[in-house]
Design a protein around this ligand. Structure first.
Ligand code: KIV
Ligand code: ZN
Length: 514
């Protein structure tokens, strides 16, 4: 069966999601997981954008093997040189150069005529080929470009040495039939198209990113660019898990395969969500919490009689464990580690000790521990950042006839700092008391609470997004007590603000916007 190349841009376009920012360590963790998932190419960043981006791409290229590592560059000498340097350590490096070809971009953004764009695109590819055999070219805003001009550009970049031409629907404007037609036209009108791979890169502004990508595949595209959980600029990019599972589930229509190890999809989705702070909507296809839940009585009845009455994908096929009861209070370290290995986590001794300690604390409060609880514990260990402040104790007075009051003790080094505050509710009182201790003025931008498993003793997971000066971070906390989970999430976010502040003190130049 023909194979579709999966080009993952979670670490580049995905990271351009509002509020998402990944440090080098997080990028390496995600890149390693993407390799396990079986993607063919990882676009690790935009190296010229900042020293931090350069380092991240360089580190990913140095450490993550068995997959092609790509960096993005504008059609400029300095961008291409810096990108080449960043991807150099990779076994299979790729440089991805782009230049806009639509009238609106050429006239207002680039202030260049068609003839200049044509020359510049070919020059950029040729220049990049001096450093790297594998060069991809993207005519940005291709779907809104004049088709004859677009075809001329594609022909000339292939002549200049581009091995892949990527057709972006940059602003998510295309409609599936139209986008499929565009790919068909390129195949017919570009005389040397057989010398390059046709790729597509669809944004989701009209909610059509996946549909457009699939339509392109039906019309001959051989590579798709996508992100985990569909994160990305504005409304995001086409979602990797949706494209892969559509191709798999409807092989009868598409007749193509991918190299993706589908059982790793759910785990990858959770890791990306955890590290970017972007919560996956519950009804998200394939990886949402409700993707395999059957609520209506008729559906439940049907599923009990035969699962395929209402289920087109088996949850286990994408690594979604459901709520499997696994461990309890008396389970030992060995059983705990055994289950983690089955879930795909191999922790070192130190990580295992910390995770086991958390498991024991949890099992004192919660009778039954499910896979989701374990995932939550382990992911917290994986994404740990230095804990400048740690929750020591928490005392809440609340009710419908009293003014809520919180007294909080936070451990900093060896000292415990304690403050009290009242607030509009217990969570507000907590956050004010924490601000009083840290001295930081934080604005709460977003707060959400969900339960990790069912049952009255379920773990509650709180996610917050806070802002201080211009720095915006997210934090998460879990506990069987939702006020404690709220406090932990806020403290986690505050620790990130402090961590970012310290990191910025070691210069990492301003981010350049695309
Ligand atoms: O959306 C877009 O056009 C891009 C290009 C840089 C490929 O992300
Ligand atoms: Zn994009």
């Amino acid at each position: 069966m023909k194979k579709i190349i999966i080009f993952d841009t979670t670490l580049r376009d995905g990271e351009q999601s509002p509020g998402a920012s990944l440090d080098t360590d997080s990028k390496i963790k995600i890149a390693r997981q993407l390799t396990k998932l079986g993607v063919n190419i990882i676009e690790a960043g935009f190296p010229i954008a900042s020293k931090g981006d350069f380092n991240a791409v360089y580190k990913v290229a140095s450490l993550v093997k068995g997959v092609s590592i790509c960096g993005l560059a504008r059609s400029m000498k300095s961008d291409i040189e810096v990108c080449a340097e960043a991807v150099k350590p990779a076994r299979y490096p790729r440089i991805h150069v782009f230049l806009a070809t639509s009238k609106i971009h050429m006239q207002y953004k680039l202030k260049k005529a068609e003839s200049e764009i044509l020359k510049l695109a070919a020059w950029a590819v040729k220049y990049a080929r001096n450093f790297c055999d594998d060069v991809e070219f993207s005519p940005e805003d291709a779907s809104r470009s004049d088709r004859d001009f677009l075809c001329k550009v594609i022909e000339s970049v292939i002549k200049a040495g581009a091995k892949t031409v990527n057709i972006p629907d940059t602003v998510g404007y295309a409609i599936p039939v139209e986008f499929g037609e565009l790919i068909k036209t390129i195949k017919i009108k570009v005389p040397n198209i057989d010398k390059a791979i046709i790729s597509v890169h669809c944004h989701n502004d009209l909610g059509l990113g996946v549909s457009n990508s699939l339509s392109a595949i039906e019309n001959g595209a051989e590579q798709v660019e996508c992100t985990i959980n569909g994160i990305g600029e504005r409304a995001g990019n086409a979602s990797l898990e949706e494209i892969v599972m559509a191709l798999e589930t409807r092989k009868d229509i598409f007749g193509v395969a991918t190299s993706i190890n589908k059982k790793e999809l759910y785990k990858t989705s959770r890791l990306v969500s955890k590290l970017t702070g972007i919560v996956v909507q519950p009804n998200k296809a394939i990886v949402g919490q409700n993707a395999f839940s059957h609520e209506a009585g008729i559906h439940q009845d049907g599923v009990l009689k035969k699962r395929s009455t209402y289920e087109i994908i088996k949850p286990q096929d994408v690594g979604f464990g459901g709520t499997r009861l696994v461990l309890g209070k008396h389970s030992g370290r060995h059983a705990f580690n055994d289950r983690l290995i089955k879930l795909g986590f191999e922790l070192d001794e130190n990580e295992l000790s910390k995770a086991f300690e958390r498991f024991k604390t949890l099992s004192d409060k919660k009778k039954e521990i499910f896979d989701e609880d374990l995932l939550s514990i382990v992911e917290d260990e994986i994404v740990s950042i230095p804990e400048t402040y740690r929750l020591e104790d928490l005392n809440i007075v609340s009710g419908n006839k009293v003014i809520p009051k919180a007294t909080i003790g936070l451990k900093k080094d060896t000292r415990v700092l304690r403050k009290s505050s009242s607030g509009d509710g217990p969570v507000d009182a907590c956050y004010k008391a924490i601000d009083a201790i840290t001295g930081l003025k934080c604005k709460l931008l977003d707060y959400s609470l969900k339960s990790i498993t069912g049952g009255k003793d379920a773990l509650g997971e709180v996610s917050v997004r806070i802002k201080s000066n211009k720095d915006e971070v997210f934090g998460r906390g879990t506990s069987t007590d939702i006020i404690e989970a709220s406090a932990k999430a806020y403290i986690n976010a505050v620790n990130k603000l402090i961590f970012n502040h310290l990191r910025k003190a070691k210069p990492e130049s301003e981010k350049l916007k695309l």
